[in-house]
Design a protein around this ligand. Structure first.
Ligand code: ATP
Ligand code: MG
Length: 563
């Protein structure tokens, strides 16, 4: 443990824990990850998950998974299941059983009554709007509610009436009696309980009053024995209330709240509310659309759990809000796939080549490496014949001196194969090229040309060895770096965020993929040579047409753009 604590001592949270450990040698670190089950997890949550679970591992403590389920209107069991699944997929295990704030509702109710009995809470009958007006602003102090000085007996009676469902929603709430002129707005008699007539996914119809986040969170932390409660910076002021509630109730365990900065990532939206808008308006296709940074979207795009963990380690944990470069996230997956991905050829936008000096029945097997620098990844077989596909982009009809790929009268090397020379083209009646007629230098396999420069290399697939595939090329969803800051973020959408191409992959590779495509645990990823890293989209693929999602480009296109 010592070496690890030292190693990470730059992180301010480790400093806090190391200091606490110095003071109390028997301290057993206990953290929690507290998602509200009102949406799916995203990369921002991953930052918090890595922090909480890894601290617990590092210090041989525990990390609870607690669903912060205090608002039944927005919550749903399907989110509970997907959140658990994502945490497990990320590689973390929570301590014992899953916890829910709702399992503490009876205790929280007793603590609320305790505050009433101590004269520290009251039932208010102002409307929501009036409460807001009475609260004041940063510049003006608040005003006491006319219901603030009710007697303890009356408050107890009214609170019980709230619990029994004898008030309508919005007619009454329980508020802490703190200070309406506090410089911290959260301390101006915050609401502790509100009435919601809605069936709860855990407690069903047992309650019609629900604690607010502020009331439930600190008390749940205390009940579960959490030692360090990490949350994001916007809860800094709420810490006053967190400590106030723990101090004024008869809890025996004092948890402590610490804040760190939220993750914001360039060109991305991370707020669940805003992601939900993108889905409702069908701008993206659901929670696992690869263009949004939900864990399920990233997974579908081809990110591995280890690349997401690596990203979280690299960004670290600080108290400064900043915007992390998107290229950092891409670096983590590219780096991993560069080492692991099998290289194969795919043609995304095919154009046909006919090699007129090769026989129609010539079929030549070529053995190609799966990875240029890692022979342990093996080899695979491709076929060379007289009709092949190349990428439309790799041929230019008009003469262009600077163009280094295939053009009339010039030579090019087919990857792992022969040098060919383009001689003429055939077009259909609309003027589209349908065939490039080429000569094949049959003595060029594995040999450098004599007295000539090495020609450029392009990828290709023999038509006989091709299998239909669709390629989904994802680009940023937003045109601006910080869409999260914009109220009308929908006006900054990139209309080219998804480009679909229909082409081919090597048949032998396709056959292997088809055998494995129904195995949920296998992540099928490739480097399509000269194009990028792709993974199989298991949901959209069929046995007669495979679909691939582009995970990341071969090079950092962000930094190239900046240059
Ligand atoms: P959102 O704004 O997306 O709705 P939230 O904070 O309301 O997020 P919760 O489900 O309440 O979502 O979050 C669970 C935990 O994840 C909290 O501790 C929260 O601080 C943390 N978290 C959420 N978003 C981020 C983020 N962008 N960066 C770091 N931590 C985050
Ligand atoms: Mg929340």
């Amino acid at each position: 443990m010592n070496t690890k604590t030292k190693k990470n001592s730059n992180n301010f949270i480790y400093k806090i824990i190391n200091k606490d450990l110095k003071k109390n040698k028997n301290l057993l670190l206990h953290t929690r990850f507290p998602p509200e089950p009102n949406g799916h997890l995203h990369i921002g949550h991953a930052k918090s998950i890595c922090l909480n679970f890894e601290l617990a591992n590092l210090y041989h403590g525990y990390c609870n998974l607690r669903f912060d389920d205090t608002n039944p209107i927005k919550e749903n069991i399907k989110y509970i299941n997907s959140i658990q699944n994502d945490i497990k997929w990320l590689g973390y295990k929570w301590h014992k059983k899953i916890r829910y704030s709702s399992e503490h509702f009876s205790k929280l109710y007793e603590y609320a009554k305790e505050l009433i009995q101590k004269g520290l809470a009251y039932v208010d009958e102002l409307t929501k709007q009036e409460i807001r007006e009475y609260r004041g602003t940063l510049k003006t102090i608040g005003k006491n509610s006319p219901y603030r000085d009710r007697s303890i007996t009356e408050n107890l009676k009214l609170f019980e009436k709230m619990r029994q469902g004898k008030f309508n929603e919005g007619e009454a709430c329980l508020r802490a009696k703190i200070n309406m002129s506090s410089s911290f707005i959260v301390m101006r008699d915050p609401v502790l309980y509100r009435i919601i007539f809605s069936t709860h996914h855990q407690t069903e119809n047992k309650w019609c009053i629900y604690p607010t986040y502020d009331f439930a969170h600190c008390l749940s932390d205390s009940i579960e024995g959490i030692t360090h409660s990490f949350c994001t910076l916007e809860f800094q002021d709420n810490k006053n209330l967190y400590n106030w509630i723990l101090k004024k109730t008869s809890v025996t365990h004092y948890s402590k709240q610490y804040e760190f900065s939220r993750l914001n990532l360039e060109y991305s939206i991370l707020s669940k509310r805003k992601i939900a808008v993108l889905i409702e308006k069908k701008i993206v296709n659901g929670w696992d659309d690869p263009r949004i940074l939900t864990i399920s979207g990233l997974r579908r795009k081809g990110y591995t759990a280890s690349s997401i963990r690596e990203f979280c380690h690299r960004i670290g944990v600080t108290k400064q809000n900043n915007l992390v470069e998107f290229s950092m996230l891409e670096y983590c997956i590219r780096n991993e796939l560069n080492q692991k991905a099998v290289r194969t050829m795919a043609v995304l936008e095919p154009i046909k080549i006919f090699l007129y000096n090769i026989d129609d029945n010539h079929e030549e097997k070529l053995i190609v490496p799966n990875h240029p620098n890692n022979p342990s990844l093996g080899t695979h077989e491709i076929i060379f014949t007289n009709t092949i596909y190349i990428e439309r982009e790799d041929f230019k009809e008009e003469y262009d001196k600077k163009y280094k790929r295939l053009k009339i009268g010039e030579e090019i090397r087919l990857r792992y194969s022969y040098i060919i020379k383009a001689e003429k083209i055939e077009k259909d009646k609309n003027g589209n090229i349908i065939n490039i007629i080429c000569f094949c230098d049959v003595n060029s396999l594995g040999k450098k040309p004599v007295n000539k420069k090495n020609p450029a290399v392009i990828h290709w697939i023999s038509i006989k060895n091709s299998f239909p595939a669709q390629f989904k090329l994802y680009n940023q969803l937003f045109k601006i770096k910080n869409p999260e800051q914009e109220e009308n973020f929908l006006s900054f959408l990139n209309s080219n965020s998804l480009i679909v191409k229909n082409g081919f992959i090597e048949k032998k590779i396709a056959q292997k993929i088809i055998k494995k495509m129904n195995d949920n645990f296998i992540h099928l990823f490739f480097q399509f040579e000269r194009i990028g890293y792709f993974c199989l989209d298991k949901l959209d693929s069929k046995e007669n047409k495979l679909v691939f999602n582009r995970t990341v480009n071969l090079r950092d296109s962000w930094n190239l753009k900046k240059k």
